[in-house]
Design a protein around this ligand. Structure first.
Ligand code: PGA
Length: 254
């Protein structure tokens, strides 16, 4: 059985270390059952959150890392810095792809840098609204898997430390959640393409992300093949995040 994972992507929130620590402590109080829980604060707040979560099972992720170890990369953080705080990282989020020009090849290098250090990675991918409307969803996702995940150094790709988040861009921050059928179909494509690459798709954790909320948590958790959620807006409200975690922790399929 694949492990369940629910992670809060805090994006550019909250404003202060004090607020971040308070939110982290509220997440620490969640009883996740068999699911694993994580938070991804802005990098400047990682030390405060790591301090607040010391001794807990809550995983910490950066929202992005650079692929190089050190050097002249203004504004970036390295896997080594993240490792120092006991964190892993999200890579390939569509907002980073959009704002910073990340390509599948660059995301693969970032994932490789993390995995080589033994850190946990959440690898995001997903299609745009135009691509879905054009009937290209499967093709786009398959290409992202092939050219991104397929380019991760194979010896570094430890599935225990690797999760994928299928995040259709049109569902992120819009309140429009993918239907269970849409999420399941896309995730089945991801697993099929992984298997084609010689990576065990059935053993790979694949989460769904995009407008997951307390209102739709049950249908998200029950969708076939969905092993968890990457939660943006709703993860900033501890009670709502706890309700989403609970839906995955009590998954009737397991
Ligand atoms: P959202 O964001 O839950 O606010 O839609 C999800 C994400 O971008 O990871």
């Amino acid at each position: 059985m694949r492990p369940k994972l629910v992670v809060g992507n805090w994006k550019m929130n909250p404003a202060t270390p004090g607020e971040a620590s308070a939110l982290a402590r509220a997440v620490m109080a969640i009883r996740p059952g068999r699911a694993s829980v994580g938070v991804a604060p802005p990098s400047i707040l990682l030390p405060a959150v790591a301090g607040a979560l010391r001794g807990s099972d809550v995983r910490i992720y950066a929202q992005d890392v650079h692929w190089e170890e050190a050097g002249a990369y203004t504004g970036q953080i390295s896997a080594a810095m993240v490792a120092e705080l006991g964190a892993g990282s999200i890579v390939g989020h569509s907002e980073v792809r959009r704002d910073q020009g990340d390509t599948d090849a660059r995301v693969a290098r970032k994932a490789t840098a993390e995995l080589r250090r033994g850190l946990r990675v959440i690898y995001c991918l997903g299609e745009s609204l135009d691509q879905r409307r054009a009937g290209r969803t499967s093709e786009v996702i398959a290409t992202q898997v092939r050219e991104g995940i397929g380019a991760i150094a194979r010896e570094a790709l430890v599935l225990d430390h690797f999760a994928i988040a299928y995040e259709p861009i049109w569902a992120i921050g819009t309140g429009v959640v993918a239907t269970p059928a849409q999420a399941s179909a896309a995730i089945a494509t991801v697993r099929m393409e992984l298997t084609r690459l010689g990576i065990d798709g059935d053993a790979t954790t694949v989460m769904y992300g995009g407008s997951v909320s307390a209102a739709n948590r049950a249908e998200c958790a029950a969708a076939d093949g969905v092993d968890g959620a990457l939660v943006g807006g709703a993860s900033l409200k501890a009670e709502e995040f706890a309700a989403i975690v609970a839906a995955f922790a009590s998954d009737p399929r397991s």
